[in-house]
Design a protein around this ligand. Structure first.
Ligand code: SIN
Ligand code: CO
Length: 380
């Protein structure tokens, strides 16, 4: 994106997680990365998550994919919208859209949903739990924004679409191809296609709920606890009333229940693994035959390293030259040149790796293990 038309610092300071922002075409030569036919094709595949919404205000109907090809021919003149989840994991040109949003950490990125609508199509007024950049790909769409909502906001009885019972329009814009609308979590919104062939790319982010964190972290801690790790009270002092749970006993019990929860290093390792578990593990890039040390130099010379778009990459630093790399729910300790290589892989989804870099055995080992688990590949 052209920094003169989109100021990241100002966006992060004044808009991210706070208020909507309309960004008029900040791209240098916007082209719509996906044709409607290709999107319809994806919606027919069993491993792709999709929905078809037909009708308009007051009479929406939703069908879950995969759809039969013949379903599209059977659609009548009423407006309809096709929504396909995680298209970035299937179409490299859509994956490339994420490059412009890499100023937000990898672990916050969810996926790119793509919608296609005919004139008048939309999914109705609703709110999402997540931040989203809505990029207008083709055609025009009128977006209306309402007030901030939460779990207590009344919804219409027809449950699947989670439509708002009240929608109080506060702002309205017509988006043209290349325009972007950022909407923070909880803001009511409604987009209606003004033309046929209206395509919208939703760059969606995720944020764990407190409940998800507490559940996952405590379950992880529970896995390591044994039945013989138990309360003990040697040198038990006599107490006046046997009915009292004394402050000393409570302090010990409380320490037993909470000590593990506060382990920051353990939490970092767990969270890195938890947040890099792939949502769509079926996008399998594992080579037919495991790659060995001998093949590696040739692969490096053949082209760039590319990350599997379904694999999530993050790391935490451990001192100056070491880090813990997280990929596909696994943690890999890296040190020295291998740590520098891991950082480069986390920073970009495509990069050139110098053939000389595999002279360092831990770096070569890291590349081999990532190739053999299907997290990266070399194109060519
Ligand atoms: C759409 O692309 O039609 C809907 C996106 C959204 O409202 O989140
Ligand atoms: Co939405």
């Amino acid at each position: 994106m052209d920094p003169a038309r989109f100021d990241r610092d100002a966006f992060l300071r004044d808009h991210w997680q706070q208020q909507p922002q309309l960004i008029r075409n900040p791209w240098v030569g916007w082209t719509n990365p996906l044709e409607p036919d290709e999107l319809a094709g994806l919606a027919c595949e069993s491993e792709v998550e999709s929905r078809l919404v037909t009708g308009s205000a007051g009479s929406w109907q939703m069908e879950q994919g995969p759809l039969q090809e013949s379903r599209f021919a059977g659609l009548d003149a009423a407006p309809w919208t096709l929504l396909v989840q995680a298209v970035d994991q299937h179409v490299p040109e859509v994956t490339a859209l994420l490059d412009a949003f890499r100023f937000i950490p990898n672990w916050r990125v969810d996926d790119v949903m793509v919608s296609y609508a005919t004139k008048g199509g939309g999914v109705g007024p609703h709110f999402d739990q997540y931040d989203v950049f809505l990029i207008q790909g083709a055609g025009r769409r009128r977006w209306q924004l309402g007030k901030r909502c939460d779990d207590s906001s009344p919804l219409l009885p027809h449950g699947d679409l989670r439509l708002l019972a009240e929608f109080d329009v506060q702002q309205e814009w017509v988006l043209e191809p290349g325009d972007i609308l950022y909407i923070p979590p909880g803001i009511a919104h409604d987009g209606v296609a003004l033309d046929n062939d209206c395509m919208t790319y939703s760059i969606g982010f995720r944020a764990p709920s407190r409940a998800e964190l507490v559940e996952g972290w405590t379950e992880h801690l529970l896995d390591a606890l044994t039945e013989d790790d138990r309360y003990a009270d040697p040198a038990l002092p006599q107490q006046d009333n046997p009915g009292e749970i004394t402050p000393a006993a409570l302090a010990r019990l409380h320490a037993m229940a909470t000590e593990g929860l506060l382990d920051m290093d353990g939490f970092a390792r767990w969270f890195g693994q938890h947040s890099t578990r792939p949502k769509y593990p079926e996008i399998d890039w594992r080579p037919d035959q495991p790659i060995g040390q001998d093949d590696l130099a040739e692969m490096l010379a053949s082209g760039d390293l590319v990350r599997n778009p379904a694999a999530r990459f993050s790391f935490v630093r451990q001192g100056n030259a070491a880090l813990l790399l997280f990929v596909n729910g696994r943690s890999i300790p890296c040190d020295g040149p291998a740590a520098a290589l891991a950082e480069r892989i986390c920073a970009r989804d495509r990069l050139e790796v110098e053939p000389a870099s595999i002279a360092d055995p831990p770096s070569a080992e890291l590349l081999l293990s990532l190739i053999n688990e299907g997290a990266i590949a070399f194109d060519g």
